[in-house]
Write a protein that binds this ligand. Structure first.
Ligand SMILES: C[S@@+](CC[C@H](N)C(=O)[O-])C[C@H]1O[C@@H](n2cnc3c(N)ncnc32)[C@H](O)[C@@H]1O
Length: 273
């Protein structure tokens, strides 16, 4: 049994136990109690602590990029989650020639962080810009339709200084038709749509368009039941995928790739043989 199969099997077990019910309860509690307000205070409090401790370990410049983006636009991402996105978007933009995409841009905080590090790479920012679409039963009514509506103009403003940024407005992936060229290939995707259907359909859209070795980071995998369900269904149908969780709420899916021949790792494998 592969490592990712084992991880998924244990994740499936977790889904049936008390932890799963607690997850639904906690997410619903924060959504209902504050109507978003409590969620906002919690995120800003925890992010503050996280960024303070990260600043002792990571580049001061990177932490400043995150702080500035969070100051400019409200975000549902914690400080440590912003750091994962920054670090991965930069690495993939440097090592692969494909485009970058984000589905679930909201007010543009994570989009700005990606734009800061992507250099010249093409970047597609995708959102309904009218908030969350219809919920599925797997989403357990944790959110409401229309929640997190944000204006495209305000996101455009927050990324106006960066080159090669394109907007895709509407339900993804339907909205991609005619707006993202069919032959576009991606190196890195940030998926943050909160819901089952959008997560599953976006994974199905991007997977054949990912370059070998490219990554998709899925936000809220550990806290939203619909997102978790979508990732499991997708991984069950694509057994070759490399799947792992980060110490945050994020999960990473990597499309298997071929290590370029003559690389250090190839030589090491040959020596070990
Ligand atoms: C939690 S917010 C994203 C937060 C954002 N990444 C940040 O930096 O704070 C979720 C967003 O996903 C969008 N969304 C959900 N389902 C979608 C879909 N199928 N297509 C396009 N946008 C979607 C919503 O409009 C909302 O703006």
């Amino acid at each position: 049994m592969s490592v990712s199969e084992k991880t998924l099997k244990s994740a499936n077990r977790v889904r049936q136990d008390k932890g799963f019910r607690r997850k639904v309860f906690t997410s619903r509690f924060f959504q209902r109690l504050g109507g978003g307000f409590l969620e906002r205070i919690m995120i800003s409090f925890i992010s503050g602590i996280q960024l303070r401790s990260l600043s002792a370990l990571k580049s001061r410049n990177d932490i400043e990029v995150i702080r500035r983006a969070k100051k400019m636009r409200h975000s549902l991402l914690l400080g440590s989650e912003c750091f994962s996105i920054l670090s991965m978007a930069r690495a993939y933009a440097k090592s692969m020639s494909g485009a970058i995409a984000e589905v679930g841009t909201f007010q543009g905080c994570s989009a700005r962080i990606i734009c800061e590090v992507k250099d010249e790479a093409k970047c597609y920012l995708c959102d309904t810009f009218e908030g969350l679409p219809d919920l599925h039963q797997y989403d357990r009514a944790i959110h409401k339709k229309g929640q997190y509506a944000a204006s495209l103009e305000s996101v455009r403003d927050v990324v106006k200084d960066y080159p090669n940024v394109h907007f895709v407005k509407g339900f993804f992936p339907d909205a991609a038709q005619g707006r993202i060229p069919e032959d576009e290939r991606f190196s890195f995707v940030h998926l943050d749509v909160d819901l089952y259907e959008g997560t599953l359909k976006s994974l199905e859209y991007f997977y054949p368009r990912l370059l070998p070795g490219a990554a998709v980071v899925v936000h809220d995998y550990s806290v939203l039941t619909g997102v978790e369900q979508a990732v499991h269904e997708f991984c069950d149908a694509h057994r070759d995928i490399i799947f792992f969780e980060l110490a945050t709420t994020q999960a990473v899916l990597i499309k298997p790739g071929i290590v370029p021949s003559g690389s250090e790792s190839d030589e090491k494998i040959l020596q070990d043989d």
